[in-house]
Design a binder for this molecule. Structure first.
Ligand code: T3D
Length: 269
């Protein structure tokens, strides 16, 4: 599988990609790991977003998860450092291009948040244009629990979506933020019963399919431009901070504690 996010030759393995009536539905599909991001899934998501961008038959995109989660963020079983990329390299190489692709894609992207969205999974939902969420969904800014800092643009998107005070509260506490509260805060455009989520997301998407594509693309571009401060700078800054946090003893302790299903003992090292 190429790093660049080109079309995977043999089809997708970690996600499903289907186009119906102008809507590309991308379903993250590692349900046993709550759709946590391993490297193949990061590469395939980038490839799927690029395929949707290129395909004139696609006018809107729905991003969702298989099973009971939207995504639990970075796969904590994946190795980093040594023979593998560091966390900062991984952000620059794979995650940050996904976030930039979501924002630059000249078509609206709807996150259909079917369950828990944690860490990078939450950031991914924040980077979409619209969010519809199941009433049973939640957002968990789980970075601190494993000794890391918010990344994938969370520090850029969340203050803009819900205000700096609430973003700070959520990021420092780690959440969880329920679907209902997220809707109150305007983070979620619409909360719906779990069984109505797919239908509601498709209804929203089809409305966008019927709109003028160039006007939609330019509206998205204008909305991006209207946000002061550059996302590129924020992504790069997050990557440099994650480079520091990723080498801390507390990060290793956080991951070990998660695997062992115990509370972490952080020492500030
Ligand atoms: O380069 C970079 O900087 C990368 C950094 C990226 C930023 C991040 O995303 S850091 C944050 C990473 N994510 C987390 O820390 C979340 C970890 N997961 C959880 O806290 C919980 O699983 C949830 C709150 C999401 C859901 O809790 P619950 O009780 O509903 O489910 P569970 O029992 O914890 O998990 C179910 C299974 O999924 C379990 O596997 P098992 O025991 O049945 O075999 C669990 O290990 C697995 N799982 C959940 N999250 C992850 C995961 N496996 C790998 N990675 C995960 N992130």
């Amino acid at each position: 599988m190429p790093e660049s996010g080109d079309d995977p030759a043999g089809g997708y393995r970690t996600l499903e990609y289907a186009v119906t009536d102008g809507v590309a539905v991308i379903t993250l599909n590692r349900p046993n790991a709550l759709n946590a991001f391993d490297r193949p899934m990061k590469r395939e998501l980038l490839a799927a977003l690029r395929a949707a961008a290129r395909d004139d038959a696609v006018r809107a995109i729905v991003l969702t998860g298989a099973g009971r989660a939207f995504s639990a963020g970075q796969d904590l079983r994946e190795p980093f450092g040594g023979d593998h990329p560091t966390l900062a390299e991984e952000l620059r190489r794979l995650y940050n291009p996904i976030i930039l692709e979501l924002r630059r894609l000249p078509k609206p992207v709807i996150a259909a948040v079917n369950g828990v969205a944690a860490g990078a999974g939450a950031s991914l939902a924040f980077a979409c244009d619209l969010r519809v969420a199941a009433e049973t969904a939640s957002f968990v800014l789980a970075f601190g629990r494993v000794g890391l800092v918010p990344d994938n643009g969370a520090t850029w998107f969340l203050p803009r979506l819900i205000g700096p005070g609430r973003a700070a509260e959520l990021m420092l506490s780690g959440g969880p933020l329920s679907s209902a509260r997220a809707e109150d805060l305007g983070l979620v455009n619409k909360g719906v019963p779990a069984e109505s989520l797919a239908g509601e997301a498709m209804t929203m998407a089809r409305r966008l399919v019927d709109a003028a594509p160039i006007a939609l693309a330019l509206t998205k571009r204008a909305l991006n431009r209207a946000q002061e401060g550059s996302l590129e700078e924020a992504l790069e800054y997050e990557a440099s901070l994650q480079g520091i946090a990723g080498q801390s003893v507390d990060h290793a302790e956080g991951v070990m504690a998660f695997m062992a299903k115990r509370s972490p003992r952080f020492t500030g090292k």
